[in-house]
Write a protein that binds this ligand. Structure first.
Ligand code: ATP
Ligand code: MG
Length: 345
């Protein structure tokens, strides 16, 4: 069965930190940071994606770098349109831009206005017919959860700006929640901790670097120091007596930073209908999204929430892989009574 017989078919995951685009039959062809750079006062982008992210890291004064998506929703409409237009063109290569049909993931509890903004920005970027899919469904499919099974699993997609949660059962998602808490909040917790402990102002990119290179929430030995070259600016270095930042405390700070999310998850699980909660207690939870890569996170969730926990293979790609599965095998999913191809926003 072909859903969109007249044009190219794309799947797009528009995230706070990353945009992924897959082309039907070709797989994932674009993986780029969600960033756009404008020259000071200019309205045309000077760089998009990885190039723009590097300008952000270098803190070039004549360039304004924006992340147009926040917590999975459009925060800067013009920036989002320019970024999406570039990535759609990149995905299509030399093929003409003829209103490609798009399957796109949206936060589990996006409001009507947020969905409209996502839709309008994609349309302005050149997309044609649109199919909106809840993120936990896409992430669950991309994590390889079975389409036909009586078991239920809690899918927890922890991205940069938000955590999307849903009960995945038989190719359907129920009890969807979006908690506006993700990797960006962990970075901010690290920025605050370095300021408190060393009196240093590090950038959020530096904090993200510490988190990704050495961060964990487990108690196993970590490298005890990170070279300052990696995380702070030249001016700040002048005030330093030592050229390393002690980071043995990072697991503790990250563990504490996860507390609001753990409390929210606890509340969501406690409020599931009895039958659904019992099924989730058997099936457990599957972690997807970039933050699932943090060492020891599965252990922390298992201990605090008393449920089986698995980390999906390739957590950064789960959502786009699930969207691609929907592009490729719509028939199998429609069998479950779900209607894709909705244009009803
Ligand atoms: N190895 C790693 N260890 C820890 N965190 C990581 C690692 N790799 C990526 N991350 C974090 O994962 C987050 C990005 O994840 P992801 O790409 O899934 O987010 P997103 O889909 O863009 O955001 P959202 O879904 O919230 O809109 C960032 O906060 C990043 O720092
Ligand atoms: Mg995401």
């Amino acid at each position: 069965m072909r859903l969109f017989p007249w044009s190219e078919q794309l799947a797009i995951d528009v995230g706070t930190a990353h945009v992924h685009v897959a082309v039907k039959g070709e797989g994932v062809v674009v993986r780029e940071p969600s960033t756009v750079a404008f020259s000071d006062g200019g309205h045309q982008p000077v760089a998009v994606g990885e190039e723009a992210r590097q300008l952000w890291d270098w803190n070039v004064s004549e360039v304004k770098v924006v992340r147009p998506i926040r917590a999975g929703v459009v925060a800067d409409f013009d920036g989002a349109v320019m970024m999406l237009r570039r990535f759609i063109r990149q995905a299509l290569g030399h093929r003409p831009l003829f209103s490609p049909a798009v399957v796109v993931a949206h936060p589990a509890t996006a409001t009507g206005v947020e969905l409209q903004a996502l839709r309008h920005s994609l349309a302005a970027a050149g997309a044609g017919q649109m199919t909106m899919v809840q993120k936990p469904l896409a992430a669950g499919l991309g994590a390889g959860l079975p389409l036909h099974s009586e078991e239920s699993y809690l899918v927890i997609d922890i991205g940069a700006g938000a955590t999307d949660i849903g009960v995945f059962s038989n190719g359907l998602v129920t009890a969807g929640h979006t908690v506006r808490y993700g990797g960006d909040d962990l970075d901010e917790a690290l920025v605050r901790a370095v300021r408190r402990r060393r009196g240093l102002r590090i950038t959020r990119s530096a904090a993200e670097h510490i988190k990704q290179q050495t961060g964990s929430v487990d108690r196993s030995p970590n490298p005890a120091v990170v070279p300052v070259d990696d995380v702070i600016t030249v001016e700040e270095k002048q005030h330093l007596d030592s050229y390393d930042i002690d980071i043995a405390w990072v697991p503790q700070v990250l563990t504490e930073a996860f507390q609001p999310l753990i409390e929210e998850l606890d509340w969501i699980i406690a409020n599931l209908p009895d039958s659904s909660r019992r099924q989730v207690e058997r099936g457990g939870m599957v972690l997807t999204g970039g933050c699932a890569l943090l060492r020891g996170l599965d252990e922390l969730f298992r201990e605090r929430l008393q449920l089986p926990v698995a980390v999906a293979p390739d957590p950064l790609s789960c959502t786009i892989l699930g969207l691609e599965a929907i592009l490729n095998d719509l028939g199998a999913l429609s069998l479950n009574g779900r209607r894709f191809g909705t244009n009803n926003l």
